[in-house]
Design a protein around this ligand. Structure first.
Ligand code: GDP
Ligand code: ZN
Length: 291
C-alpha cells in the first residue's frame, strides 16, 4: 500500500501526491456506506489500478482541520503584510495574529515589499513582535530579498498564506516557486474572478518539499467565535501575566490589581499591543450585545 497526501479534490476524484508523483484516485466503495470525510491535506493509503490511477483504501487520522477553505493538517500560517502600499499598521497585524493564534497554527510574520520601505523604521516597528517570539521575515517578491529565508520555513509542512489583500501573497508564492503562475492582483481584477472566491483549495507542492494552500486562509469576520475571557490567550505577553491578576476572570479592562495593566504602565507590555487588545475586546463585547 502506498501513502500520500490529497492535493486536490474534484467531483469524485482525489489527486494524491507521493514524492513527485500524483495519482488520480477514487474512493473504495465501502467509504460511501460508512460516514467519512476526506479533504485536501488528508493523508491516505492507496493502491494503484493503472498508470497514474488508484483507489484510496484508508484515510489516516487527521491532525488539524482548517475551515474556509477546508484543509486538513495545515501546520503553519504565514501572515503576510505589505511594509508599504498600503502602509503596515500594528492594529491590522494584531488582528490577524489573534485569528491565527485562535486557530492553533504556528505563525510566521512576513513583511513584504521591503524594496519600497525604510528598513530601519520597519525594524523598530517590528521589534515588539520579535520580542514576543514570533519569527519575522522581511521579503520583496519583486527583487527576491528574503525569499530564500521564507522558503526555508516551508519545507516539509503544509502552510497557508493569510493577510490583507494586496500584501503580495500571490506574488510571493510565484517567487517561491516559479512555474506556479498564480494570478496576482492586477490580472485577477481584469478577468473579474478574484482568487478569494475560489471555493476549493488546492495544495501546491514546493520543490524543497512541503505544500502551500493556494487560497488565502482567513477572513477578518471570525472574531465572533472568540469569547471575551478567551481573547487574552491569543496575546502571548498578556497570557503570560494573566495568572498574576487578582481575579481569575480578569479581562484586564477595569478590574483592580490587574497585572496586565500594571505591565502596560511600566512598559513591560507594549502599549500598542494592549490598545489592539482593547479594540478587539470592544468589538467582541459589542457583537454580543447585538444578539
Ligand atoms: P495578494 O492580494 O496578497 O495576493 O497580493 P498580490 O500578489 O496580488 O500583489 C498586490 C500588488 O502588489 C501587485 O500589484 C504586485 O505586483 C505588488 N507587489 C507584490 N509584491 C511586491 C513587492 O515585493 N514589491 C513591490 N514593490 N510590489 C509588490
Ligand atoms: Zn488583568
Amino acid at each position: 500500500m502506498l501513502r500520500g497526501v490529497v492535493v486536490k479534490a474534484y467531483s469524485s476524484y482525489y489527486y494524491v501526491q507521493s514524492g513527485e508523483k500524483v495519482t488520480e484516485c477514487k474512493l473504495r466503495g465501502r467509504f460511501k456506506k460508512e460516514r467519512f470525510s476526506l479533504f485536501v491535506g488528508d493523508e491516505v493509503e492507496y493502491t494503484t489500478t493503472g498508470v497514474d490511477k488508484g483507489v484510496i483504501e484508508e484515510i489516516l487520522p487527521r491532525r488539524t482541520l482548517m475551515k474556509r477553505p477546508t484543509v486538513a493538517n495545515v501546520d503553519q500560517v504565514v501572515l503576510t503584510f505589505a511594509a508599504v502600499n498600503p502602509d503596515i499598521n500594528t492594529l491590522l497585524v494584531d488582528r490577524f495574529l489573534v485569528l491565527a493564534e485562535s486557530s492553533q497554527l504556528e505563525i510566521v510574520l512576513c513583511v513584504n515589499k521591503i524594496d519600497l520601505a525604510d528598513i530601519s523604521n520597519l525594524n523598530s516597528m517590528l521589534e515588539v513582535y520579535r520580542t514576543i517570539g514570533y519569527p519575522v521575515i522581511l521579503t520583496s517578491a519583486r527583487n527576491g530579498l528574503g525569499v530564500e529565508e521564507l522558503r526555508g520555513r516551508l519545507s516539509d509542512r503544509i502552510t497557508v498564506f493569510a493577510g490583507p489583500s494586496g500584501a503580495g501573497k500571490s506574488s510571493l508564492l510565484n517567487a517561491l516557486q516559479p512555474g506556479l503562475s498564480l494570478v496576482t492582483g492586477e490580472v485577477s481584477k481584469k478577468i473579474g474572478r478574484g482568487r478569494h472566491t475560489t471555493r476549493y483549495a488546492e495544495l501546491l507542492p514546493l520543490a524543497g518539499g512541503g505544500f502551500v494552500v493556494d487560497t488565502p486562509g482567513f477572513s477578518l469576520t471570525e472574531f465572533e467565535d472568540i469569547g471575551e475571557q478567551e481573547l487574552g490567550h491569543y496575546f502571548p505577553e498578556i497570557a503570560a501575566l494573566a495568572s498574576e491578576c487578582k481575579f481569575s476572570t480578569c479581562i484586564h479592562l477595569k478590574e483592580p490589581q490587574c497585572a496586565v495593566k500594571s505591565a502596560v504602565g511600566e512598559g513591560r507590555i507594549v502599549r500598542s499591543r494592549y490598545e489592539s487588545y482593547l479594540e478587539v475586546l470592544t468589538e467582541i463585547r459589542e457583537n454580543k450585545k447585538g444578539y
